[in-house]
Design a binder for this molecule. Structure first.
Ligand code: E4P
Length: 215
């Protein structure tokens, strides 16, 4: 499983990119609004940092509008992936972009049938929202397993992005269950790398080394 960062904050992207683990970026209208900056300018800065898929979401709700918006966004870079909501109009737009060889990420996926429809319409990626399902008392990770199984059984090449990731267990389990990507908030990236025994082990190594030099 590869790592994407789920943010529109350029500084967060820069920091995780420095770790050498970042395969790409996902944004959504809420994340962009949170930063309060121009969307296109933000995307241009992200494009300069990350050489990998960068999902940029359309806000139109009709296929024609999604196509117009998506074509403008796609003209920014070959790395831009058009993020499209899982709706009837969204599927029409996905079909169009497939013909244009423009990659799409179908977002707001909450069941396996939605994922299968998106895949058959030509989506490059589907984004099942794990955390938001957990929030309403459903098993978000189980959805990753279901989609993964269905895509494998039917030889579907659409890739799974585990989205709405809230904590490190979501990351481990998404990887175990076959998601090709997880899109992870900055805070969760920071949680992934820490373990109390790593920290205490390092302190002990350094203390032992310092005591040896004194002898
Ligand atoms: C998916 O690509 C979305 O940007 C994101 O993962 C949504 O996460 P949330 O449920 O934490 O808002």
């Amino acid at each position: 499983m590869k790592f994407l960062i789920d943010t529109a904050n350029v500084e967060e992207i820069r920091q995780i990119h420095e770790w050498g683990v970042l395969a790409g970026v996902t944004t959504n209208p809420s994340l962009v609004a949170k930063e309060g900056r121009d969307f296109i300018e933000t995307l241009k800065e992200i494009i300069d940092i990350v050489d990998g898929p960068i999902s940029a979401e359309v806000i139109s709700t009709d296929a024609k509008g999604m196509i117009e918006e998506g074509e403008k966004l796609a003209s920014l870079s070959k790395n831009i992936v058009i993020k499209i909501p899982m709706t009837e109009e969204g599927l029409k737009a996905v079909k169009h972009f497939k013909k244009q060889k423009i990659r799409t990420n179908v977002t707001l996926i909450f069941n396996a049938n939605q994922a299968l429809l998106a895949a058959r319409a030509g989506a490059t990626y589907v984004s099942p929202f794990v955390g938001r399902l957990d929030d309403i008392g459903q098993d978000g990770l189980r959805l990753i397993s279901e989609i993964s199984e269905i895509f494998a059984v039917h030889g579907i090449e659409t890739e799974i992005i585990a989205a709405s990731v809230r904590h490190p267990v979501h990351v481990t389990e998404a990887a175990r269950r076959g998601a090709e990507f997880a899109t992870i908030p900055f805070k969760v990236f920071k949680q992934l790398l820490v373990h109390p025994l790593t920290e205490s082990g390092l302190q002990k190594f350094l203390a032992d080394w310092a005591s040896m030099k004194k002898e």
